[in-house]
Ligand binder design. Sequence first.
Ligand code: DC
Length: 227
Amino acid sequence: MSTAPLQVAIDGPAASGKTTVARATARRLGVLYLDTGAMYRAVAYLALRTGTEIDNEAALARLLAANPMDLELDESAPLGFRIVAGGHEMSESDLQRDDVTAIVSAVSAHPAVRSEMVLGQQTIAEYHSVVMAGRDIGTVVLPNAQVKIYLTASIEARIERRRLQLEQAGVDVEFHRLAQEIEERDRLDRTRAVSPLAPAPDAHVIDSSDMDAQEVVDKICAIVAAA
Ligand code: DC
């Protein structure tokens, strides 16, 4: 008898702690992990490197066709997975660059970009148990996921998490711009026409403002055990 792969969807706004929590949850459950935000960031990185206009959906689609994204889910890789595109393996500092962050919401709003990324995400989850983090995982990518989490936190907690994440990635960002960047991305991600950020109706909402990552992982694993 075959059992369906386990799908755990973790969505939430920018810097809510999804990546850390998703990776640790996957490790605890012994399943694969994918941060889908990294895929959209990789597209933004490629667009910058090639001078592709971010408002030109057809040009972005051609860019992706010419540079297919090679995804390998490997816990031992620095990010917990590898993304190779255009002959380049994306590092955390590539993906977290200020200029990438500034355009990633606009790049990810194009249906042609989303359909390519979603297809890759669904293909992985069809055959492998996975914890997937993003904005539309519980609503669009894995609507039948056994467990859906909507992870949120106060803006103050999210600024501090983002500051730490950037510091660890060795990315230089002016502190006073963080709040503006996070709020602007939230606005764009929530109001876009296609797959906007929103909790799935059947998601467990976790406000992690006063929780550390370990407590959130414990809570998600308890929800998985009870599912
Ligand atoms: O999680 P992150 O901040 O690295 O995500 C970067 C951007 O990618 C985010 O602002 C919106 C987009 N994104 C998306 O549209 N859908 C996802 N599943 C994940 C990210």
